[in-house]
Design a protein around this ligand. Structure first.
Ligand code: UDP
Length: 315
């Protein structure tokens, strides 16, 4: 297989750093662009001494200048957890709009392929269950999640426009809830939050009734799906996620069991526009990429808890 020179925005984030590691192992050369707004230097430090790795500290909403040939651009930069995009609403919109424009412009100039990391949030609080790629979604543009949902919807529209008008060789993935080592303990997402609460002996905070559902995909499965789509000639959005659905209440119980701690639960208000359910229809990925997740939720949670435990000891 041809060795590629790949530009990855958001490479210091949770998904970006796993993707960097995978691509380097596949023998590619990776240039990470990140401004550490939500990413972490520690996530990419292990790659600094690798010859095939380069890092540019940069906000991708500003003009991007890369020397030499580029084969592929992967646009993963964005605050992506609800508390992150509530904290950085304008930056979230700028990276979805200007960041996507700049990275697509770079793809055009370099005649490179392009992949956009989009999200299941484009479906909003869905009225179709499970969500397939033909569903247009149910998004409140002016609600708290609108900054993320609408910037990703805009980014998808822009990517398709560059594909159709400039004939750029693009891909779009819609990533559903993903988890694993290297998530930030304070990113506010439900799995790191529950794990850290258990490890610190605090009460688990369930928002709303806990009957709302999500479907959690382990990081290695997601990375496998991303790489398969990178290698495929397909330009419409593809859902990547684990279709096994669980309520937040049952997730809390499972995490408490794994950590072996006696923990109490406190119920808090449901955040505005919090989706009631989410589960990907992955028929397209199965057919197109021969892909489906293999890591069972419990196995993935055990790995994740172990990782947070090692982190917690250092704190
Ligand atoms: N959630 C919760 N307690 C927490 C954090 C999150 O009950 O401490 C709920 C949240 O309201 C949502 C689900 O867990 O229904 C998943 O939240 P997360 O922030 O992980 O991601 P989302 O899928 O909402 O983007």
């Amino acid at each position: 297989m041809k060795k590629m020179r790949i530009v990855l925005t958001g490479g210091a984030g949770f998904i970006g750093s796993h993707l960097t590691s995978f691509l380097l192992n596949e023998g590619h050369s990776v240039i990470v662009l990140d401004n550490f707004i939500t990413g972490k230097r520690e996530n990419i430090e292990p790659f600094f001494d690798k010859e095939e790795f380069d890092f540019i500290e940069q906000d991708v909403t500003k003009y991007i200048d890369i020397e030499g040939d580029v084969d592929y651009i992967l646009h993963f930069a964005s605050p992506a957890s609800p508390i992150d995009y509530l904290k950085y609403p304008i930056q979230t919109m700028k990276v979805g709009a200007l960041g996507t424009l700049n990275t697509l412009g770079l793809a055009k100039m370099k005649k490179a392929k392009f992949l956009l990391a989009s999200t299941s949030e484009v479906y909003g609080d869905p009225k179709v269950h499970p969500q397939n790629e033909d569903y247009w979604g149910h998004v409140n543009p002016i609600g708290p999640r609108g900054v993320y949902d609408e910037s990703k919807r805009y980014a998808e529209a822009l990517t398709m426009a560059y594909h159709k008008f400039h004939l750029i060789d693009t891909r779009i993935i819609r990533i559903f809830n993903t988890f694993g080592p290297k998530m930030r303990p304070d990113d506010g997402r439900v799995i790191p939050t529950f794990v850290m609460q258990c490890l610190k002996g605090k009460s688990l905070t369930i928002f709303g009734s806990g009957k709302q559902t999500r479907s959690f995909c382990y990081i290695s499965d997601l990375i496998d799906g991303i790489y398969r789509l990178m290698m495929k000639d397909y330009h419409f959005p593809v859902n990547l996620g684990n279709p096994k659905e669980i309520s937040i209440e049952n997730l809390a119980k499972s995490i408490a069991n794994i950590t072996g701690r006696e923990v109490s639960i406190v119920y808090k208000g449901l955040p505005e526009d919090d989706p009631q359910c989410r589960k990907p229809d992955i028929s397209k990925a199965k057919e197109l990429l021969s892909w489906e997740p293999h890591v069972d939720l419990m196995k993935g949670l055990i790995e994740t808890v172990e990782w947070f435990q090692s982190l917690h000891k250092e704190v």
